[in-house]
Design a protein around this ligand. Sequence first.
Ligand code: ADP
Length: 330
Amino acid sequence: PKPNDFIPFLKDNDDDTSLRPKRLSEFIGQDKVRANLNVFIQASLARDESLDHVILYGPPGLGKTTLASIIANEMNAAIRYLSGPSLTRSGDVASILTTISDRDVLFIDEVHRLPRVCEEILYGAMEDFALDILIGKGPGARSVRINLPPFTLIGATTRISLLSAPLRNRFGIIEKLDFYNQGDLSAIVLRSASVMNIPINQDASDEVARRSRGTPRIANRILKRVRDFAQYYGKSTIDKQLVRDALECLEIDDMGLNRMDRNLLKILMDHYHGGPVGINNLATMLGEDTATVEEVYEPFLIKVGLLIRTPRGRMITPQGHQYIKGKKLL
Ligand code: ADP
């Protein structure tokens, strides 16, 4: 088939923010987290106080940033987005803190990668809404306290265990996001499709959901790529067959695993007899950094039972073995 002029869909502005639900009631899935946050938000609003500081943790693409922006919306507050590794000096944090307004939300992504000097500035700010700044040097130096308006810090992390205890202890609300079930993911796909004005049927959205590793970000990404295939081949609606054809081209298999996932399992089998093998060796063989393997690839492989973490390293499970054997036959 040739590309044709039939363009039934709106332009892809590649702006993920357009796909982000704005209110808690629009947020699909994560029922427990949503219900808890709703209580904490409503209670704070009723007391006319800022919301306690929040940590959202879990694998990438599950909605931590989205929830942070929803929290700010529900609190009728403004939000500032920061990222742990981009803050380097204590002054970076101090100058941001002095510009926030009452009830503002400060969102710090990858909060486990915040440098220690920045963390230390946050301790007083989070606990007492105050900033202690040292002015001058030597014997003449003195500390000046600046009061801050009450604000809410929301930290997001894929690795809660890497957060220092003093920082973690200053968060009153800690919520974990899990992989989405297929029903919820399918609902997210249908919602995104309607936001992007993409005609798709239920079977097709179920199929996208099934192949998205339990992750809305991946589901949205697949949806956009399938739309490209639909457009290229002049299909007016996305159906299940089109999803299957597109995913085959993208090398995403029926479990939602991609080439990297399969490589990881193959390396474990072929080079380490199924393991155990240390994470650093595995990452080196894959040509990826250790953190990416741990935070992006492993959680889903573990969740679907193809891989386990043991004290002596990573091991493939009997199901993982079966899976790779099946792939080799193809
Ligand atoms: P994280 O911060 O955890 O990496 P994001 O909040 O950036 O994840 O979410 C990735 C994308 O997935 C967002 O663009 C958003 O549109 C979508 N998304 C995440 N969770 C949901 C949800 N529960 N309902 C609808 N869309 C969601």
